[in-house]
Design a protein around this ligand. Sequence first.
Ligand SMILES: [Zn+2]
Ligand SMILES: [Zn+2]
Length: 335
Amino acid sequence: MKVAAITGPRECQIVEKPDPQIRGEFARVKITVAPMCTEFKGYKEGWKGDALGHEAAGEVVETARPGRVKPGDRVVVMPQYPCGRCELCLSGDYIHCQHNLDPLAECGSLSGTATYAQYCIKQDWLLLPIPEDISTEYGAMACCGLGPTFGAMQRMNVDAFDTLLVVGLGPVGLGAVINGVYRGARVIAVESNPYRAALAQNLGAELIIDPNDPDALRVLQNATAGRGADKVVECTANPAAQKLAVLAARRRGQVGFVGWGGHIELENMIPDGLSLHGCWHWNLHDQSRMWQVIRASQEALDRLITHRFSMSQVKDAWELQLTGQCGKVLLDPWR
Ligand SMILES: [Zn+2]
Ligand SMILES: [Zn+2]
């Protein structure tokens, strides 16, 4: 099968790998939609490797034994290789499992963990059948497009009484706008990139605050009768933005951190009585709600997904992502 590989700084190629093998509860999925995430950073820096990507949707082509899915099923591929047996896995919070498997060792396979690839392997319980009335592309937004911020909003119970602040409008933050609007919240966002600010307004964000404005916090205070945001979703992992996220929450407010990394300053956590959440992905038991959001947000998803590339054009796709002039970008491994 064909996979994408980074071969040096801003260098890449498509290479041949053996088709993946499966065993036990694993299934083989033909990836038809591979949403692109932060791999462009590795492309820029030249992190050599051919196991790229963690978002995928496609069609089951083979199961090692009869199980929860069968060949022909359209599925979303959930991230990681959790154990499936511990308390966290059983409660749906598999993403925080402490006992992740090595899928290649489990299956005796030389490939199958990448999603910038024609096939991947996954335990059957982490392949979520996509409802008939939802396309595979929209279904793929249950990965990072909508997934992490959906999880954060479930955690914080975001609803129509809330003013929600979204800090950072990369594809994940833009997904947060869609999730917030779906829930009826009043959505305000922080972003300096004009392309993404305009896209967020188009998705229903009421006000976009420029983080480079020294009065950014005051603009938010003025827009919220001096209170601050009820709930904040931080999607940048940039220390200055993380600080802004914490300071922007109202007293007794909540902040969900979705962006990985950075350095979070918490001076005002105790005096302001804040609740802070580390949010990676979403609880598997909330699957029907995830489909509900996707089903109702198809027009918004058409705006979120701004570009599609064949895998042979992955270089062009990464170069585009480096400009920031895009929303969610999709890759087709079979073209
Ligand atoms: Zn587990
Ligand atoms: Zn992702």
